[in-house]
Design a protein around this ligand. Structure first.
Ligand code: ATP
Length: 487
């Protein structure tokens, strides 16, 4: 039994004066203790102890917490999950974070925000709380690439990806970087099966949204790319609204149907034939489709293809989510004449130096010999196609549909034939409002033009050129009326 005589203060713990005595004694002790520490322990040592204690407590994890480490590389290979996390986390920037990086660079009009790389990032997914921590060696910080940023404008935060200047000058990152994500063990299955795929999917969507489209053109047996800056889009195209809708509906249906294509064993590809007179917008429509889909464009010039194996190699060199364009298909004599065939197959996926020389020799003397066969082209379009990957769109253009071999045009190869024709009333309305500031006062001139367009055949290219002739809408429209009377 404890004797109360030895614990007088605890027996009297209920009285206010006892509490005051304890508080006064404690404050005095703390004051003396703090002064002693400040006098006896140098500042550097104190800071060191504090940093050690805080790192100990920050690395403390409750026993039911699971952590997954995502390194930048996996057995020397790129770890896509690392890059996915790096793009995904900035989408979680909100104004609740107490420490962020802020900046302003010349090609962005708004302020940019980025994580400073030191703090934890908290995410919530279907009720699960997930904590992310960036792992990086202090030495690497100098070389560390900038974090992807968010742009801050009046409407809040908008994800921007990397600053443009950085994209062209991307520094090589150190292999020791990584991320650690932690969550309650009971959510392990959900994190693995749903959350991680969600991070990867977000990454893919961000990549597709931010990417600069490329146009690839052929150079001596290989593809060379440059930025695709064609200004046309579905908004700028003067097309009959019903035709425009049927094209976008078909594209949307194609994108939705990946599983169906797999189920019925068909390669996931779609072919469009664009036909019509020059200047009716075939090239512009290709650009609009590429922008709509965010697909790269491969401009396949058949006049530079010298054998079936080169054709196969070039097709194989195209990437998924791309549009392969063969313009003026009717102008390729080889495609017109199926029997005209000189065997130039080199039987290889890659061209050797000798083969490249051979091709160059043929290029120097075009038209000397038959180069590839019709069956080679057909094989590339269907049979062999499936091994080249998926999500491909093949577009042929021609000014003379009747001259193109029907084998090329059958459904399954060219699934939709799109006729681009002369400019008529509905499409003119779009063109005029894109080019000029049309106001109510221009009504009578517009009506006159629409009546004339129903009687004569002029291409959108010709009308567009007239609309550009004067900044004053009245003058430009009057000029067009005059021109249409003369046609
Ligand atoms: N439907 C259209 N809507 C808007 N502009 C158009 C349209 N068609 C043509 N144009 C204008 O005419 C120019 C030429 O059009 P485009 O090159 O797309 O025609 P095309 O049918 O591909 O011609 P070609 O058969 O000679 O290659 C475009 O740059 C654009 O300014």
């Amino acid at each position: 039994m404890m004797n109360n005589r030895f614990y007088p203060s605890f027996t009297n713990i209920g009285s206010a004066s006892s509490w005051f005595e304890i508080y006064a004694a404690f404050s005095t002790f703390m004051m003396i203790f703090r002064t002693a520490i400040n006098d006896l322990i140098p500042l550097k040592l104190r800071n060191f102890i504090i940093s050690k204690l805080s790192s100990f407590f920050s690395s403390y994890r409750p026993s039911n917490e699971v952590s997954l480490q995502i390194d930048q590389t996996w057995d020397g290979n790129t770890n896509n999950l690392y890059y996915a996390a790096k793009e995904y986390l900035p989408t979680k920037i909100s104004n609740t974070y107490k420490s962020l990086k802020i900046g302003k660079i010349s090609d962005h009009k708004n302020l940019l925000l980025a994580f400073d790389g030191k703090q934890r990032v908290f995410d919530e997914f279907e009720g699960i709380k997930i904590k992310w921590l960036r792992i990086q060696k202090p030495d690497n910080e100098v070389f560390e690439s900038p974090n992807p940023v968010r742009e801050l404008d009046g409407e809040g935060y908008h994800y921007q990806g990397y600053p443009e200047t950085y994209q062209y000058n991307k520094p090589k990152e150190s292999a020791e970087n990584g991320f650690m994500l932690s969550f309650d063990e009971k959510h392990r299955d959900k994190v693995m099966e749903k959350y991680i795929p969600h991070v990867l999917r977000t990454y893919e969507a961000i990549k597709a949204g931010n990417r600069t489209l490329k146009i690839h053109s052929m150079q001596t047996g290989v593809w060379k790319h440059s930025d695709f800056n064609h200004p046309a889009s579905f908004d700028s195209l003067a097309l009959d609204p019903d035709l425009k809708k049927s094209i976008t509906d078909d594209i949307d249906m194609f994108l939705r149907r990946k599983k169906l294509y797999q189920k019925v064993g068909k390669p996931w590809k779609r072919g469009y034939l664009l036909y019509g007179p020059p200047g009716t917008g075939k090239s512009s429509l290709i650009a609009a489709i590429a922008k709509y889909l965010k697909f790269d464009v491969y401009d396949m010039d058949l006049s530079l293809v010298y054998c079936n194996s080169q054709l196969t190699t070039l097709m194989r060199g195209t990437s998924n989510r791309s549009i392969i364009v063969i313009e003026d298909i009717d102008c390729n004599k080889e495609v017109l004449n199926r029997s005209n065939h000189v065997n130039m197959d080199m039987g290889s996926d890659h061209f050797s130096g000798a083969q490249v020389h051979m091709l160059q020799a043929y290029q120097a003397n075009p038209g000397s010999k038959k180069r590839f066969t019709m069956s080679g082209l057909l094989n590339c379009m269907d049979g062999l196609w499936s091994s080249f990957g998926e999500e491909r769109i093949l577009i042929f253009t021609t000014n003379h549909k009747d001259k193109v071999d029907s084998a090329l045009l059958r459904p399954g190869r060219m699934d939709m034939h799109i006729h681009l024709s002369f400019l008529k009333t509905k499409a003119f309305k779009i063109l005029a409002s894109n080019y000029l500031d049309i106001e109510e006062q221009h009504g009578p001139l517009i009506q006159q033009i629409e009546e004339l367009l129903e009687k004569v055949d002029v291409t959108p290219a010709v009308v567009a050129e007239h609309l550009l002739r004067n900044e004053d809408a009245n003058v430009a429209l009057e000029g067009l009326v005059k021109f249409l009377h003369e046609v």
